[in-house]
Design a binder for this molecule. Structure first.
Ligand code: C2E
Ligand code: CA
Ligand code: CA
Ligand code: CA
Length: 277
């Protein structure tokens, strides 16, 4: 049994997940997905809270499976991590993002792009070196690339996180703490990381309209982030009411289906053209 997911790809139900055979064959196919040209990045805009301009987009990975159709990252990133080829997949994401940014630059589109890094990539002592070589190769200004790392991934191995963050900050790459509020990071630790941005997890945004607690948490997080010199992005904004509350609470940027779903690079250009008056 399968059903269409919110991003247009297929979600397999748990019976499928439990099927070791299916996992193994998927794993074997994923190993070659990058070289076969089956991986693809979709891009979702981040909108300025006040003004509504687009400062940046987030690159979200998709796998165009020859038989199963579009598969979302929640399904195959864990496989790539478990079977030891997340580094390859992650490197493909870095290269493809830089290639796309180079192409957009040539078309006069100078937009910032955020990529997602997994916990395992943070264990690679040369990660900053690899990203640095890619941006030089494609002539990308370092401050146009953002790296999003979830709070829980950042907390898995505090020392390597610090090392990678420092390495990336040294070459001028912006860092963002993703899914904030879902992990258990200490404020003292957060202060030591050279991050520029904090993304409030969708679970808080979802509850804003009904839960005074969610509202109090978002309010506190925005205040805290601003006090530490961090910009705030709220993810998963789906309703006008959520947007209004988030802007009132001071969220710097907003992202969610209310504005745009993740889309292929070509559609993004059309979408941006449609928005310019
Ligand atoms: P994330 O980084 O928290 O990304 C946000 C997810 O929420 C995306 O799901 C996005 O499509 C979805 N989303 C955006 N706006 C809305 C909304 O208004 N409502 C709802 N219901 N959902 C919304 P997606 O693309 O399936 O990605 C899932 C996760 O997979 C990401 O969560 C990220 O942690 C991971 N991921 C995606 N691309 C990569 C990648 O290149 N590398 C790694 N390591 N992880 C990735
Ligand atoms: Ca993210
Ligand atoms: Ca997120
Ligand atoms: Ca999230």
């Amino acid at each position: 049994a399968k059903r269409a997911g919110g991003n247009g790809y297929t979600l397999f139900e748990s019976r499928m997940d439990a099927d070791a055979h299916a996992q193994l064959s998927l794993q074997a196919e994923l190993r070659h997905a990058a070289e076969r040209g089956e991986l693809m990045l979709y891009y979702q805009p981040k909108i300025a809270g006040r003004g509504g301009q687009i400062h940046s987009v987030e690159a979200l990975l998709r796998w165009r499976h020859p038989r199963r159709g579009l598969i979302g990252p929640a399904e195959f990133i864990p496989l790539a991590e478990r079977f030891g080829f997340i580094a390859q997949v992650g490197q493909w994401v870095v290269e493809e993002t830089c290639r796309q940014m180079h192409e957009w630059s040539a078309q006069g589109v100078h937009i910032r792009v955020a990529i997602n890094l997994s916990a395992q990539q943070l264990r690679d002592a040369d990660l900053a070196g690899k990203i640095g070589r890619a941006i030089r190769c494609y002539d990308i200004a370092p401050d146009r690339l953002l790296c999003e790392i979830t709070e829980s991934a950042a907390m898995e191995d505090v020392e390597s996180t610090q090392r990678v963050f420092d390495g990336l900050a040294r070459i001028g790459i912006f860092l963002s703490i993703d899914d904030f509020g879902t992990g258990f990071s200490s404020l003292g630790y957060l202060r030591r990381l050279p991050a520029k941005q904090l993304k409030i997890d969708r679970s808080f945004v979802q509850d804003l309209e009904t839960s005074p607690d969610a509202r109090a948490i978002v309010d506190a997080v925005v205040q805290l982030a601003h006090a530490l010199g961090l910009k705030v992005v709220a993810e998963g904004v789906e309703t006008e009411a959520q947007r209004a509350i988030l802007v009132a609470l001071g969220s710097d940027e907003l992202q969610g289906y209310l504005f745009a779903r993740p889309m292929p690079a070509m559609d993004l250009l059309d979408w941006m053209l449609d928005r310019t008056p």
